[in-house]
Ligand binder design. Structure first.
Ligand SMILES: Cc1cc2nc3c(=O)[nH]c(=O)nc-3n(C[C@H](O)[C@H](O)[C@H](O)COP(=O)(O)OP(=O)(O)OC[C@H]3O[C@@H](n4cnc5c(N)ncnc54)[C@H](O)[C@@H]3O)c2cc1C
Length: 259
């Protein structure tokens, strides 16, 4: 079920000068939300920008509150960053497909930049089963690694990779991922981040992981309507084109065709 609500922005937490966590009071959305799903946010009541902006759900209390983490990119996200506590914001959600979580396998969650949001939520929703939750989190530099203070509690193991070596291993997330895939078995992989990262994760899992290792990718194509009508966000799959907003954003890696 998806809802359109005018939700009260109850908390604004600046993460850095261009990144924010918003907490909205939106009971219907909070009660239905699942990790991997997103909110489609109308950032203004004016006619431009007309299109909503998709932002992953970072956390829900399953009762009334829902959080997102977003980075200011251009006009739409800049307007969202201008919202103040107490304002009503037009939300559509929860939209899209969630990550299917496999309780019988240890999970490796791979995130790039603000791609941390859905995997953080995934780890929080499925705590302390006997399966292990390992995070591999990468970015260009330390400033693009968000929520670091919260990650230790959410995961059994946290591995960082930065391209400038400022935190964790110097290089890409695929370096620690390769090591983990080669040394451990009975895994499921969940990834969210830039498209080149997702393509590399898919390829590595196919080459190195035990045959049959599930791998789920949350795709980030720009989108228009958010519910499958405009076809503005299609990704190529082995079964033809699929909409990121409705058939995704979470796809089985085996089905996605990267060009
Ligand atoms: C599923 C999903 C989850 C996301 N989660 C997060 C998150 O958790 N945190 C975060 O910071 N960012 C997230 N993003 C990225 C975020 O949506 C963009 O950064 C944001 O839309 C940029 O808006 P802008 O106005 O600032 O930038 P601009 O680049 O000015 O605007 C981008 C907008 O242009 C329109 N557009 C551009 N190309 C097309 C096209 N081909 N078809 C239709 N419309 C188009 C869309 O409305 C799009 O949202 C997510 C994106 C997706 C698809």
């Amino acid at each position: 079920m998806k809802y359109r609500v005018f939700a009260k922005l109850v908390k604004v937490e600046p993460v850095d000068h261009e990144t924010y966590v918003h907490t909205y009071e939106a009971p219907q959305i909070a009660q239905d939300a699942l990790p991997g799903q997103f909110l489609h946010i109308r950032v203004t009541h004016l006619s431009t920008p007309l299109l909503r902006r998709p932002i992953s759900i970072l956390w829900s209390d399953s009762h009334s509150l829902v959080k997102v983490l977003f980075k200011v990119v251009r006009t739409g996200t800049a307007l969202l960053a201008e919202k103040r506590e107490g304002e009503l914001v037009d939300l559509l959600g929860p939209l899209g497909t969630p990550f299917p979580y496999d309780f019988n396998r240890d999970s490796i969650m791979v995130a790039g930049g603000y791609g941390i949001a859905p995997v953080y939520y995934l780890s929080r929703l499925n705590p302390s089963n006997n399966n292990k939750r390992v995070l591999i989190y990468g970015a260009r530099d330390a400033s693009q690694l968000y929520l670091r203070n919260d990650l230790k509690a959410a995961f059994d193991e946290v591995n960082y990779a930065t391209q400038d070596g400022s935190v964790g291993r110097r290089g890409l997330v695929t370096d620690p991922l390769r090591d983990l895939l080669m040394s451990r078995g009975n895994l499921a992989i969940y990834a969210c981040g830039p498209t080149p990262m997702l393509a590399a994760v898919k390829q590595l899992v196919a080459e190195v992981a035990e045959p049959g290792t599930p791998c789920w990718l949350s795709m980030e194509n720009q989108m228009g309507c958010g519910f499958g009508a405009c076809q503005g966000c299609v990704v190529k799959t082995v079964d033809g084109y699929a909409t990121t907003c409705k058939q995704g954003p979470v796809f089985d890696a085996r089905t996605v065709v990267f060009s």
